[in-house]
Design a protein around this ligand. Structure first.
Ligand code: PLP
Length: 424
């Protein structure tokens, strides 16, 4: 059993839906990102069914996987989008996404990005500092537009996740300290070109328990009540993204656990008229993809064995950046795992940090295919061309059919726009 239901061994071969991975390796080469369309739909359904008839807008946190095919799939299913740059806005507009379902997050929005978002007509800017508020007011006024805003507050709660993906503690760069929020809301009220519509928080990523969300919600509710006493009435409450996925043996909370708890608290506080916005990224795509790679060489050292594969840290940086654990599944298992050596699975990049998995017992030989699991989120979108390695193709499988949704880059393309200096 793998962590992902649409990635299962059938007759001894790992399939994506009804397609055997060796077929894709043969057709497109490796490394290769392979996603399952049904897995995207199932993940969406887990939110849709959890929502029922409650007023919840799901804005896909698209930095997790921003391929146009993935965006279009979620658009069709009814998603809005959480964007963090002008580039992401352009992607949503390119697939005909509805700007009135876009929320714009990010700690360093630039004037041109604000202007583009105002012109598109986004639902809300999640403002992260007083300085940003001043700039947004000026940009909106100059453009003759009104910017709908939420303040992203930092509720100072521990999301109990890796420090690099924890964003709700008071000593990190995100949001406005909740104790200072009233003052900044009042500032917003006094500035031209702004309309206060909500409040926002995003406390971290790969969160597996509901507790941190409820801690944050408690603090936000107190703030909402204080704001109301000062005549500031909100339309929506954005709880951000962050729901975790199973990489190995985690049992993350489900959208229904989160929403049932949230609405219970809102009802008790007579605040269930508020629209709830969620910004899930990882939980919609993480287990909808694998990174398919080939074993180039096995190297048996004195203290360690290495499986050197053709994927590397530039294709999947999460292990070395966050010490993240990704499952590694032989595509065609040989069956001798219990006696097999332990390997560090590493890439060809010239860095000791170039590893994908450590200390895995694997019965493998040179030329075998491996699937690095849970590579649907923060894999391709964080990929680079380091070592002049073309980024792999992205494929979406739908039943027995495969679709190239981004072709493999060509080596020549990587330096096609570079020039040399004139001679003296
Ligand atoms: C990254 C991010 C998200 C998505 O987070 P996931 O953990 O992938 O669900 C949502 N909102 C904001 C503001 C983000 O920065």
């Amino acid at each position: 059993m793998t962590v992902a239901p649409h990635f299962q061994h059938k007759n001894g071969v790992l399939h994506v839906e009804d397609l055997a991975l060796p077929v894709l390796a043969q057709k497109y080469g490796t490394p290769l990102y392979v996603y399952s369309r049904q897995a995207l739909r199932d993940a969406w359904e887990s939110y849709r069914s959890a929502i029922g008839d409650r007023k919840v807008l799901v804005c896909y946190g698209m930095k997790a996987n921003s391929n146009l095919a993935v965006l279009n799939e979620f658009k069709t299913l009814g998603a809005g989008f959480d964007i963090v740059s002008g580039g992401e806005l352009a992607r949503v507009l390119a697939i005909g996404g509805d700007p009135s379902r876009i929320v714009f997050s990010g700690v360093g929005k630039q004037a041109w990005e604000m202007k583009a978002a105002l012109e598109a007509g986004v639902k809300c800017f999640n403002v992260e500092s007083e300085a940003e508020l001043l700039q947004l007011s000026a940009v909106a006024e100059a453009a003759g537009k009104t910017a709908a805003i939420s303040l992203r507050v930092n509720p100072d709660v521990d999301a109990k996740t890796h420090p690099y993906i924890s964003t709700g503690l008071k000593d990190n760069k995100f949001g406005i300290a909740i104790g200072h929020a009233l003052t900044v809301y009042q500032r917003a009220q006094s500035l031209p070109g702004l309309e206060i519509v909500g409040v926002d928080c995003h406390i971290g990523s790969q969160i597996t328990e509901v507790g941190p969300y409820l801690d944050a919600l408690d603090k936000l509710i107190k703030l909402i009540k204080t704001l109301a006493e000062h005549g500031i009435h909100l339309k929506h409450l954005d709880l951000g993204g962050g729901i975790g996925i199973r990489y190995t043996d985690e049992t993350p909370l489900s959208p229904s656990t989160l929403l049932d708890n949230v609405f219970q608290v809102l009802k008790a506080n007579r605040l269930d008229h508020l629209e709830i916005v969620l910004e899930p990224g990882r939980s919609l795509v993480g287990n909808a993809g694998v990174l398919l790679t080939k074993v180039e060489y096995l190297k048996h050292g004195e203290t360690k064995n290495f499986a050197i594969v053709d994927a590397a840290m530039n294709d999947l940086i999460r292990p070395t950046l966050y010490s993240a654990w990704h499952g590694v599944e032989p595509v065609t298992p040989r069956g001798g795992d219990a006696q097999a050596p332990h390997y560090d699975v590493v890439g060809p990049v010239c860095e000791s940090g170039d590893w994908l998995a450590r200390d895995r017992q694997l019965d493998i030989q040179q030329g075998d295919l491996l699937a690095v699991m849970s590579a649907g989120a923060y894999a391709f979108t964080m990929a680079s061309q380091y070592n002049t390695r073309p980024r792999p193709a992205e494929i979406i499988v739908d039943g027995k059919a495969d679709h190239v949704v981004r072709p493999r880059e060509k080596v020549q393309d990587l330096f096609a726009t570079e020039t040399t200096l004139p001679n003296d």
